[in-house]
Ligand binder design. Structure first.
Ligand code: BGC
Length: 746
């Protein structure tokens, strides 16, 4: 067995496939059944099994991986026990949710998707991986790849939005960023494609609720990001919590075996979501823990995350001949193989001095600032109010999120993370040190039901504001705005209002924020609204009455600087929405790629699908403004007619017709006019973010071939490409009008 130690920072040579499997088989030969089950057990570092210490569990080889522990020194202590005292000396994988940064926090994934810049997302996750690995973490539970078309669902913040094409590009980029192309790279972590699959379609947008999706929807919409992650080499998958078409994802043989392994050839390992195996009982699927362990293992769940259902039941199931040792070995194999490929046996420990050196690298903060700048979306700019002049002398910054580090960093800041973001207030003060920048938060905002994971939140909990104190804060905010020449309102949602267990029925600005916005706007001053939020918000009043609106999302450590860069014109915003913004929470789910109805929008009789409000989105998918203007012209398709299986080139020219350098995201949409199945009225099939100097023109080129023109058909029960007519549009959002025809014949 090759046990050569790799250098501290160097990459150990990737072992050949045969060498990996020889080492795995040698390990399996000497491991006891208990140790094998240990590899299939992920222990919680936060709450260890009652009665047993972490040391004891690891000493007997009872945990192949540990999650919810974030302590470099402790990693080494536990690893030493695993390596030196456990029977087969197999190192432990330490896993944690590093979703959008470890110490240097990047914009939340929904925001990164708004950059329409996969390279920026890759760079962000590469920095996150480097920092997390320096802290001793080997495995992150990301990227989250759930398509989300219901803005009420809190976890929309963790993914790339509503579209499979954009979602797939972001998925692959994040996997490359986390993992690189070599599992033994000591600056990378294992990625995990989660939550497989369909979690984003929970009924009513209520977190964890059941999902009913047709096979066509799964394959055409919900699976593509997972397939892209797999193609990019993702090492692990996580099964979703919820019930999918009456079979919970973690006990779903069709999903985890037939599709993922047999059809797609996934050869890595799959972990359940937290307590997901044990919860097969709670969900009314398994009779008891023993049945849950049996069904999850048979379905293809390699690792039981935190429920201890495998450790309690698998040995008994083997004894009763319900599971064979061969089946256990099959589940253990990819876990051991991954540990070998990572070089974990040669380099099990982390250098405890590394993290501080790594997080101090200036390029990490630069990357975070660039990512935040690229993710922000200009939603409105009447009369060119933005950018503001840097000569401003008297500014008021108003709102409950204006100086909130927690809201600026966003969701998934748990496990001992200390907030350290530059807030919008700080960013503005730093940009204009000479100006008088007054600040008033206004009334605080709260969830009606507290977050159940509050116990992990280390930020000090303040007492709830009384209505009288809120009123006083409201009046102070209005008075502060009255004294300024320009007002910047920073409104939106607190970090715990989006994310897991953070669904909501309304998409309005919570609390008294809209009221405050109206009172301040009534003063007649120029008002800029900066939104900090992790989901679309129905800002209907602002959309008509506030001249300038910047969607800044939850922008991370450098968020405040990035907002100031954009407000004062050092950076021209170029992000685009990765989701529709509905006019009301009751309009969700709302997305652009719907199929046509018998009374489509183009019909003369069409008014709205609701009689009490327009059903069009407040802002469409793909939308975003700039400080300059663009023209997209010369749409050409290389052939007006092709045969099934052939490919055409679609080209156009994009010109910066305005006064400053800027970025346009050119988007290609198609519509198949008829076919075996009805197809969405528009589908994104390509995009390119292009930087242009004033007056500059650049060509963009996309191709449309079988990959873009095929789909999984309900009627044909399989993948097909129809001979049919297609519309093609190129433009700057999902309402693009520049059109061409394409005919596909047999
Ligand atoms: C979440 C997962 C996460 C896991 C581990 C679960 O509650 O659904 O996304 O990776 O916890 O923290």
């Amino acid at each position: 067995m090759n046990m050569n130690a790799g250098t501290k920072s160097g990459t150990a040579a990737v072992p050949a496939e045969t060498e990996v499997s020889e080492r795995v088989e040698a390990l399996l030969e000497r491991m006891s059944l208990e140790e094998k089950i240990g590899q299939l057990t992920q222990a919680s570092g936060a709450v260890w099994t009652a009665g047993e210490s972490a040391e004891d569990i690891i000493r007997k080889g009872g945990a192949g991986s540990v999650l919810w522990l974030n302590d470099t020194k402790r990693f080494n202590e536990l690893q030493k026990i695993a390596v030196e005292e456990s029977p087969s000396g197999i190192p432990v994988l330490f896993a944690l949710d590093v979703i959008h940064g470890y110490r240097t926090i990047f914009p939340v994934p929904l925001a990164m998707a708004a950059s329409w810049d996969p390279a920026a997302a890759e760079q962000a996750q590469a920095v996150a991986a480097r920092e997390a690995r320096a802290a001793g973490i080997h495995w992150t539970f990301g990227p989250m790849l759930d398509i989300a078309r219901d803005a009420r669902w809190g976890r929309i913040v963790e993914g790339a939005g509503e579209d499979p094409c954009l979602g797939a590009a972001m998925a692959a980029a994040q996997v490359r960023g986390f993992q690189g192309d070599d599992l033994s790279d000591p600056e990378r972590v294992l990625a995990c494609a989660k939550h497989f699959a369909g979690y984003g379609a929970s009924e009513g947008g209520r977190d964890y609720d059941p999902v009913h999706l047709s096979e066509a929807q799964l394959r055409n919409v919900y699976f593509p990001p997972f397939q892209a992650a797999l193609k990019a080499g993702v090492a692990t998958f996580m099964s979703a919590y919820m019930d999918l078409n009456n079979v919970p994802a973690s006990g779903n043989c069709w999903l985890l075996r037939d599709v993922l392994r047999e059809e797609w050839g996934f050869a890595g390992f799959l972990v359940s979501d937290a307590f997901g195996v044990g919860n097969l009982v709670v969900e009314g699927f398994a009779r008891d823990g023993r049945d849950a362990a049996l069904r999850a293992l048979k379905a293809g769940v390699n690792v039981d995350m935190a429920s201890a259902t495998y450790s309690e039941n698998l040995a008994g199931l083997v004894e009763s001949d319900l599971i064979s040792v061969g089946e256990i070995d099959e589940m253990v194999r990819p876990i051991l193989a991954t540990k070998v490929q990572m070089g974990l046996f040669e380099r099990p420990y982390v250098d405890e001095t590394l993290l501080e050196e790594v997080v101090a690298r200036p390029e990490h903060r630069q990357a975070a600032r660039l990512a935040a700048q690229r993710s922000m979306v200009l939603l409105r700019n009447e009369g060119g109010l933005l950018p503001l002049s840097k000569e401003q002398k008297n500014i008021a910054v108003i709102g409950p999120l204006a100086d909130s580090m927690v809201a600026t960093e966003g969701s998934w800041m748990v496990f001992g993370h200390k907030p350290g973001a530059v807030t919008v207030l700080q960013g503005i003060r730093a940009r204009l040190p000479e100006a008088n920048v007054a600040y008033a938060p206004g009334p605080k905002i709260y969830r009606d039901f507290p977050h159940p994971f509050g116990e992990f939140d280390t930020a000090a909990k303040e007492p709830i504001q009384t209505p009288e104190a809120a009123e006083a804060a409201f009046q102070t905010a209005v008075a502060t705005a009255r004294g300024a020449d320009v007002v910047i309102m920073v409104l939106g949602e607190e970090a715990d209002m989006a994310g897991e267990f953070a669904s909501r029925g309304s998409l309005d600005l919570p609390g008294r924020q809209d009221e405050l916005l109206q009172a301040v706007t009534a003063l007649g001053k120029p008002v800029v609204l900066v939104l900090l939020n992790g989901r679309p918000l129905s800002i209907n009043w602002a959309a008509e009455n506030v001249p300038a609106i910047l969607e800044a999302w939850e922008p991370g450590t450098e968020g405040g600087h990035a907002v100031a860069d954009i407000l004062f014109g050092d950076v021209n915003p170029g992000g685009k929405l990765p989701v529709c913004f509905p006019r009301s929470g009751s309009h969700a789910p709302l997305y652009y790629a719907r199929t046509l109805t018998h009374l489509p929008e183009s019909s003369p009789r069409y008014l709205s699908r609701y009689w009490d409000s327009p059903t069009t989105p407040l802002y469409p998918f793909g939308f975003g403004l700039s400080y300059t203007t663009f023209a997209i012209a010369n749409l050409k398709v290389s052939a007006s007619q092709i045969k099934v299986g052939q490919t055409v080139a679609v080209t156009a020219d994009v010109t910066n017709t305005g006064p400053v350098t800027g970025d346009e995201v050119v988007q290609l949409y198609i519509h198949q006019q008829w076919g075996s199945d009805s197809r969405p009225m528009r589908e994104l099939k390509g995009f390119a973010r292009v930087t242009l100097q004033p007056g500059e023109t650049k060509p963009v080129r996309f191709s449309l071939g079988p990959d873009e023109l095929s789909y999984w058909s309900t009627n044909a029960k399989g993948w097909i490409q129809d001979a049919a007519a297609f519309d093609i549009w190129i433009g700057s959002d999902s309402l693009a009008t520049l059109h061409a025809d394409l005919e596909v014949i047999q």
